[in-house]
Ligand binder design. Structure first.
Ligand code: FAD
Ligand code: NAP
Length: 433
């Protein structure tokens, strides 16, 4: 059901930071949610999609997603004099970081880059990343007045049927039975929806018959959940290797399977290695191909923990099994050098990575025949009104940051405005498109 204009009302019993869309309460459940009483009223368009009036004004720019990439883009857009409407499907601030498993501490991340303008406060390296990063993002949203509206999940973005210059964004505000549809019309859009909401599950013969538990990295919570069980971990990236090392002390046994030999990298991860990885991803995406696995461009840096894991046998890699049976996994004769044909298992953990969460952009037909989206910088080659940040070459906290700045420039270009001096993306107010 589309929400009517008049049904977005302040809830009298709320604080000044609380609004209601139909029966859906949009409030800062966590600090940094809807940060101003004016955001929802002034920014959400009409259900009928009409322009004009305080509710139906056409937006210059809508940002979808408020992780590192969306926040960076919103920051640069505001510096450029624009007033982005930021819609985020998350429960609270933090992007995908709020969903990370509890044992991922700040010390164990691969580094969380500062958002533009406000450094990540030096904190306790032992603090959980799913606490420290969301706290930082929440403060960032507040300090920069980014007015993120959540939870609002964008369902689809399409050409506006009535105006060829506009995009139509349809979204669902709230969750559960009280969720309501919203429609916003905008001249440009920055997409920053990450990958977390699209865990990739491959298909292997027999998966449906397995009587044990199957889960994806996305749903991993704690290594203790696997106490006394035999866990087969599939995948050769950081998720697989890190989770194996955590699970092994609790499990009765672990088996690691990958479809390619792991590529161990002797060097420490450096800016040069980072640049080389980004260049490899850009090569694929500019050829119209979707990004491959992250580990296929980064390799696995041989940290002391990985060395210990290899020495102890936990990181002994086996080739991909041929099939899953009701009680384990099965290889063809000769696949394993020690002759192993069958491994009984209680759990299969699919650490098989993620895909870009872009289904909502499908109506725009941005994909090339190879399945990827060709970008010119962050601008979609097939529709310059759309910027993609945190996609392909910018899918890291550092890459997302840079992409946010570039996306703001792309938005200004699409609006017919050129960057001015002083600000990262330009300080001039946009001229009418
Ligand atoms: C386990 C794990 C650990 C990682 N560790 C690191 C690390 O240490 N260092 C590093 O640089 N990178 C790391 N990464 C990569 C990391 O995810 C990115 O670097 C970065 O945080 C992603 O930012 P983002 O803004 O692109 O996406 P996200 O943080 O995923 O934010 C996307 C936001 O968009 C929202 N959203 C999605 N779909 C919709 C929709 N349809 N409508 C509205 N909102 C939507 C989501 O709810 C979310 O809030 C890690 C990734 C994983 C999976
Ligand atoms: N401490 C941390 O900060 C931390 C912890 C975990 C993850 N991360 C980050 O999270 C991101 C995602 O990492 P990830 O390990 O989840 O994903 P990933 O690096 O993309 O790796 C996915 C793995 O799944 C394999 N795979 C894909 N399809 C498969 C199939 N059909 N059959 C078998 N295997 C298949 C891939 O193999 P191919 O390579 O052959 O495609 C690859 O080995 C990365 O940025 C990573 O650095 C960070």
């Amino acid at each position: 059901m589309e929400v009517a204009i008049g049904s977005i009302t302040p809830l009298m019993s709320c604080s000044a930071h609380c609004w209601v869309v139909g029966k859906v309460r949009l409030d800062p459940v966590v600090e940094g949610g809807v940060s101003s009483v004016t955001d929802v009223r002034e920014t959400v368009g009409t259900g009928a999609g009409g322009a004009g009036g305080p509710w139906g004004a056409v937006r210059d720019v809508v940002v979808v997603g408020a992780g590192q990439a969306g926040l960076s883009a919103a920051y640069h857009l505001r510096r450029a004099g624009l007033d982005p409407l930021v819609l985020d499907g998350g429960r609270g601030p933090g992007g995908a970081w709020q969903e990370r498993w509890d044992s991922l501490t700040m010390a164990e991340t691969h580094g969380v880059h500062d958002l533009p303008g406000v450094p990540l406060p030096a904190g306790d390296p032992a603090e959980r990343a799913n606490v420290a990063v969301p706290r930082y993002y929440a403060a960032y949203e507040r300090e920069n007045d980014l007015r993120v509206v959540r939870p609002v999940a964008v369902d689809d973005v399409s050409q506006d049927p009535d105006d060829p210059a506009l995009l139509r964004v349809r979204a669902t505000a709230g969750t559960g039975p009280d969720a309501r549809g919203l429609t916003v019309r905008t001249r440009t859009l920055v997409n920053a929806t990450g990958t977390w909401t699209r865990p990739f599950w491959p298909r292997y013969p027999g998966m449906e018959a397995f009587r044990g538990r199957q889960l994806h990295t996305h749903d991993f919570r704690s290594a203790e959940d696997f106490a006394g069980q035999h866990v087969v971990v599939v995948g050769g990236g950081a998720s697989a290797t890190q989770l194996l090392l955590q699970i092994a002390p609790h499990a009765s046994g672990t088996t690691w399977v990958t479809r390619r030999e792991p590529v161990w990298v002797e060097e420490e991860f450096s800016p040069e290695l980072g640049r080389a990885a980004v260049a490899r991803v850009a090569e694929r995406t500019s050829a119209g191909l979707p990004p491959g696995s992250v580990v296929s461009v980064t390799g696995l840096p041989l940290s002391p923990r990985y060395r210990a894991g290899i020495a102890s046998g936990v990181l002994r890699r086996r080739p991909m099994f041929d099939r899953v049976t009701a009680s384990g996994v099965e290889w063809a004769p000769g696949a394993n050098d020690d002759g192993l044909l069958f491994q009984p298992a209680d759990v299969i953990l699919w650490a098989t990575g993620f895909r870009a969460a872009l289904d909502h952009l499908a109506p725009l037909g941005l994909r090339a025949p190879g399945g990827g989206i060709v970008l010119d910088g962050t601008t979609a080659a097939r529709d310059p009104r759309v910027q993609l940040v945190g996609y392909g070459p910018s899918a890291s906290t550092i890459g997302a940051n840079r992409a946010g700045r570039e996306a703001a420039r792309g938005v200004l270009r699409a609006l017919g405005t050129s960057p001015g001096r002083g600000d990262a993306a330009g300080s001039r107010r946009p001229v009418a498109a």
